[in-house]
Write a protein that binds this ligand. Structure first.
Ligand code: ADP
Length: 812
């Protein structure tokens, strides 16, 4: 029993334990249920927040789509409409998107935009369907109910899924207002440019009078002060013209109308033209002008010569403007390029330089740097920006390196094509061109050496005048190049030692310095072409002296211009050529006069009342007599548009002169049109025998290669030198006490030189006296001291020579 009871008790406690365990588990379970309820509540809350956010997002997106004024389509990869913004529905009054949903985009285009746009948009979609980038299309569209055109800009952007195009976004934006504003701005700009062009043209006409008249007035006066004033007026006029030209170019560049007219041209004459003008700019400046022009540049190039000239001129005149002392140097070479010849023009100077921070602004329009330092230097700040545009229009560019206060190097590159590949300068038989030279300036000397080397000429550079004469006397030189102040020594040496050496004067920048020499001259600056010309014995016509090179009394010229002042200027500029000159103010009357005369050249203004130049040319060309078809007619115009020459040639003119007219243009024109048989050389015809007592002209001329011209120049030099020798003679004659050793030596060497120079010019008896004096002075200086009579006679002789030379000058 007890056992039974014991057993029951045990069972009960086991049950209790189980119950407790179950109760604990139940508790845990209830906890878990509560937790999971909480989690799911939180989850629900979270979901509802996400949902809310998504709705908000979609609502905004929808609002955006509904209200965006741009039209947006989403197309599937077969161009069916998946989605489109409300702007499209509104534009075409489509009540609901479902009407166009899933339809082919191009059908909708046809239905609403009109059939004529189907092709354009269809081919655009087709063309770019596989492009992975955005493409654009401009569409001018007119709504049926609207009169105005509207302009839309389309883009088609591919959209990708797994790297493959799955749909397209078509975006269309109306740009009508933008395009119209742009058009208006362009119109205003064109109007401004046209205004500038017209003004420039109008200003050129009165400037013709200012420049032309000052040139004529310059000829009429010997008063140096008046000459200076007139030169200033002329220079200011020319500056104004170059500013106007710059403005004209600037306006052309602005409207994208900078034309490059390609024609064949001679490179060396282009360089020569620029150098002629630069010589005038350099006058009076303490700046050395150096030119190293590669002789291998092709002789004839194809390009716009006027524009190439402008680049070279702009860079050189800047270098001269911004350099107070030192040098300005131009180097030009050409390199082979797949598109032609790459001309590299490098202009360097030792001028004021450019600050580092300013270099980036250099090529902007109207920018002038360092105004404080540049005060007093004229300029508009247009030159470099025009130069860069020109270089770029010719397939090149321009760059600059500069060190402030030290100098600058501008390098312009352009591409030109070759017409005649022969080099601009080429010398044969180089062994027979052994050259000795002396340039007092070390920079000039080394640059001259570069040029001789470039031409392949063997040479030696003397360090000073003494070495020049010494080497000349002792070596076998074919040529000697020397500056003007060595002339007498060089000529004496050549004559005394009976040398076969050909003397060549190194011309100076100012024309007056070369005046007394009429032998061979290398004109300034010394560069391959001018040096090669000297070797070939060509005399260079110095175009800058502004004087007629010939007269042509049998040449008949007729000038027609409705303005008196223009007729006056043209006639004034032509008059030094002593031609037969007729003028007329009326184009109608002019035609009658032309019929009754045989003119060799007709110059006419393009813009005239009654009948303008073009119509007059037509009338002249259609006159019955055949000769009128060929008579050279030259247009005078203030128009400087590019391609002007070609335009005139097409209209039946043969040539053109641009106003303002000047002597250079006239000289060049006459060089082109006056046939050789009608030209008379001023100098040759007018050099008479001098007939001076005591002067053996034949003997003198023998030392001048029998050229009367050179002989006259030698006589001028002789007289200049004599002035100095006489001074020593007179001073020595007046010395009462014993001469110092130094004075003695100087006196004897003076007599020696005097003997040689008198012999050279043919003053035999004076040479003999000088020789006798020299011999006796060597024995006893006092014996030679009775000099007064000799000095007086020699002085009178000198005066007679000078007077006779002057009286017989062809310029009288
Ligand atoms: P500008 O008519 O003023 O000379 P540019 O366009 O030719 O106009 O030149 C712009 C500016 O660049 C000049 O005002 C000058 O400050 C500077 N500049 C041009 N060339 C040189 C040079 N060789 N040396 C120093 N400064 C120069």
């Amino acid at each position: 029993m007890v056992q039974k009871i014991m057993g029951k008790k045990e069972n009960t406690s086991a049950l209790e334990l189980k119950i407790k365990k179950l109760e604990r588990e139940l508790e845990n379970l209830t906890e878990s249920i509560k937790l999971s309820e909480k989690v799911s509540q939180a989850e629900l809350r979270f979901m509802s927040v996400v949902q809310e956010e998504r709705f908000r997002h979609e609502r905004f997106l929808h609002m955006l789509m509904e209200n965006d004024i741009d039209i947006m389509f989403l197309l599937d990869k077969d161009f069916h409409i998946v989605y489109c913004t409300k702007a499209f529905l509104i534009l075409f009054n489509i009540p609901h998107f479902d009407i166009i949903k899933d339809k082919k985009f191009i059908d909708i285009v046809g239905k609403y935009l009109g059939e004529k746009y189907v092709n354009k948009i269809g081919s655009f979609l087709k063309k770019h369907r596989n492009d992975s980038v955005q493409n654009e299309l401009e569409l001018i569209y007119r709504l049926q109910e609207e009169k105005k055109h509207r302009i839309f800009h389309f883009t088609m952007t591919p959209m990708f899924e797994d790297g493959k195009i799955c749909s397209y976004l078509i975006l269309s934006h109306e740009t009508t207002a933008l395009v119209q504003a742009k058009e208006q701005a362009e119109k205003a700009n064109t109007a401004k440019s046209n205004f500038l062009a017209t003004m420039s043209h109008e200003i050129r006409t009165p400037m013709n009078a200012v420049i032309g008249m000052s040139e004529l007035a310059l000829r009429e006066t010997d008063n140096p002060l008046v000459q200076e004033y007139l030169s200033d007026i002329k220079q200011a006029g020319q500056n104004l013209i170059s500013i106007i030209n710059d403005i004209l170019d600037f306006s052309r560049i602005e409207v994208g109308n900078l034309q490059i007219v390609e024609l064949s041209y001679e490179f060396s004459s282009l360089v020569n033209d620029v150098f002629s003008i630069m010589r005038i700019h350099m006058k009076g400046k303490l700046v050395q002008f150096l030119a190293e022009i590669d002789s291998r540049i092709p002789r004839l190039l194809l390009g716009d010569a006027g524009r190439v000239r402008q680049i070279l001129f702009n860079l050189l005149s800047n270098a001269v403007k911004y350099t107070r002392k030192g040098f300005v140097k131009v180097c030009i070479e050409c390199r082979e390029d797949p598109k032609g010849q790459r001309l590299v023009i490098e202009v360097s100077d030792s001028g004021i330089g450019i600050k580092k921070e300013d270099i980036g602004k250099l090529f902007n329009t109207f920018v002038r740097l360092d105004e404080e330092k540049n005060a007093g230097i004229e300029g508009t700040g247009l030159g470099l920006s025009i130069t860069r545009s020109l270089c770029m229009a010719m397939g090149g560019d321009i760059s600059v390196k500069s060190e402030y206060k030290k100098g600058s190097v501008f390098t312009a590159e352009i591409i030109q094509k070759t017409v005649d590949p022969r080099p601009i300068a080429e010398l044969e038989k180089l062994k027979s061109k052994k050259t000795l030279y002396y340039c007092p300036d070390p920079l000039l000397s080394s640059s001259f050496g570069w040029t001789l080397d470039n031409l392949g000429v063997p040479f030696f550079a003397a360090g000073d005048m003494r070495e020049l004469v010494q080497r000349l006397d002792t070596g076998l030189w074919n040529y000697v190049f020397f500056p003007v102040d060595c002339t007498v020594s060089v000529m004496n040496c050549i004559y005394r030692s009976n040398l076969k050496t050909i003397p060549v004067l190194l011309g100076s920048v100012s024309p007056g310095d070369n005046k007394s020499w009429d032998g061979l001259v290398v004109s300034f600056p010394y560069y391959t072409v001018s040096v090669a010309n000297a070797f070939e014995g060509k005399k260079v016509v110095n175009r800058w002296n502004g004087k007629a090179d010939f007269i042509c009394p049998d040449f008949k010229v007729f000038v027609i211009d409705d303005l008196d002042i223009n007729l006056k200027i043209a006639s004034g500029l032509l008059s030094p050529y002593k031609m037969q000159l007729g003028t007329c103010k009326s184009s109608v009357k002019a035609l009658e006069i032309i019929k009754d005369n045989d003119f060799d050249l007709i110059l006419l203004d393009q813009l005239m009342p009654e009948m303008d130049g073009d119509a007059l040319v037509k009338s002249i060309r259609s006159l019955k007599d055949k000769k009128y078809r060929n008579v050279p007619i030259v247009a005078m115009t203030a128009n400087t548009a590019p391609g002007i020459r070609e335009a005139f040639l097409e209209k039946g003119y043969n040539d053109y002169l641009s106003k303002p007219l000047d002597m250079y243009q006239i000289n060049e024109l006459l060089e082109r049109w006056v046939e050789k048989s009608k030209r008379h050389n001023i100098k040759l015809q007018d050099y008479p025998v001098l007939g001076i007592k005591g002067l053996d002209e034949d003997k003198g001329m023998a030392s001048c290669f029998h050229s009367r011209e050179i002989y006259r120049e030698l006589l001028y030099l002789y007289c200049n030198d004599l002035d100095y020798r006489l001074d020593i003679l007179r001073k020595t004659a007046n010395v009462k006490e014993k001469l110092t050793k130094e004075q003695e030596l100087s006196f004897i060497s003076n007599l020696h030189i005097l003997k040689s120079s008198c012999e050279t010019v043919g003053a035999r008896s004076f040479a003999k006296t000088a020789s006798d004096l020299e011999a006796s002075a060597a024995v006893n200086i006092r014996d030679a001291m009775n000099l007064s009579d000799f000095a007086e006679e020699l002085g009178t002789f000198r005066e007679t020579i000078l007077k006779t030379l002057l009286d017989s000058s062809p310029l009288n």
